[in-house]
Design a protein around this ligand. Structure first.
Ligand code: IDP
Ligand code: MG
Length: 162
C-alpha cells in the first residue's frame, strides 16, 4: 500500500564518515565502505587524504579539554584517512548504529567497531553525531566541487519517494 503521509515525513540527511588511519593501514577500506553501500545509502563524496593537524583539531574541537585530546590528534594525523559523505533517509542515526559504540568493547557484534576494532583509541571509523554536525563536517573536510550530487537509478527500490 502506498502511504503518502509516511513518505512525506521522510527527510534526507547527510553524514560525514571517515575511515581513520588504523582502518586504512589495516586494509579495511573496502570492508567499511561496503557496509554503507550495502545498507542502501548514497555516496556523494570520497577521497584519500592526509589530514593536517589544524583540521583534526577543528573537527574534534568539542573534545579539546579531554585528557586524550593530544593522543586523538596524533592518531588522526598518523596516516591517510578516507573521507566520505553519505546521503539518505535517517543516515546520521543509521550510520552511528552501523558503526557501533565508541568503545569497541561495548560495540555489538555486527557493527563495524564490534567486528573490527578492540580499543577506543583505535576504533577505525568516525560518523557524525547529528544532522547539523553532518553538514558542518562535510563542509569542513570537502571543498566545493568535490561532492557529487547524483541520482542512483535504484532509488525507487530503496525509498518510497524520491
Ligand atoms: P564517537 O567517535 O563515537 O563519536 P566521541 O566521544 O565523539 O566518540 O570521541 C571521538 C573519538 O575520540 C573517538 O572515536 C575515539 O577515537 C576518541 N576517544 C574518545 N574517548 C576516548 C578515550 O577515552 N580514550 C581515547 N580515545 C578516545
Ligand atoms: Mg563524536
Amino acid at each position: 500500500i502506498f502511504l503518502p503521509h509516511l513518505a512525506a515525513s521522510l527527510e534526507v540527511e547527510e553524514t560525514y564518515i571517515m575511515i581513520k588511519p588504523d582502518g586504512v593501514q589495516r586494509g579495511l577500506v573496502g570492508e567499511i565502505i561496503s557496509r554503507f553501500e550495502k545498507k542502501g545509502f548514497k555516496l556523494t563524496g570520497l577521497k584519500l587524504f592526509e589530514c593536517p593537524k589544524e583540521l583534526a583539531e577543528e573537527h574534534y574541537k568539542d573534545l579539546q579539554s579531554k585528557s586524550f585530546f593530544p593522543n586523538l590528534i596524533s592518531y588522526i594525523t598518523s596516516g591517510p584517512v578516507v573521507c566520505m559523505a553519505w546521503e539518505g533517509v535517517g543516515v546520521v542515526e543509521s550510520a552511528r548504529k552501523l558503526i557501533g559504540a565508541t568503545n569497541p568493547l561495548n560495540a555489538m557484534p555486527g557493527t563495524i567497531r564490534g567486528d573490527l576494532a578492540v580499543q577506543t583509541g583505535r576504533n577505525v571509523v568516525h560518523g557524525s553525531d547529528s544532522p547539523e554536525n553532518g553538514i558542518r563536517e562535510i563542509a569542513l573536510w570537502f571543498k566545493e566541487g568535490e561532492l557529487c550530487k547524483w541520482a542512483p537509478t535504484i532509488d525507487p527500490w530503496l525509498n518510497e519517494i524520491n
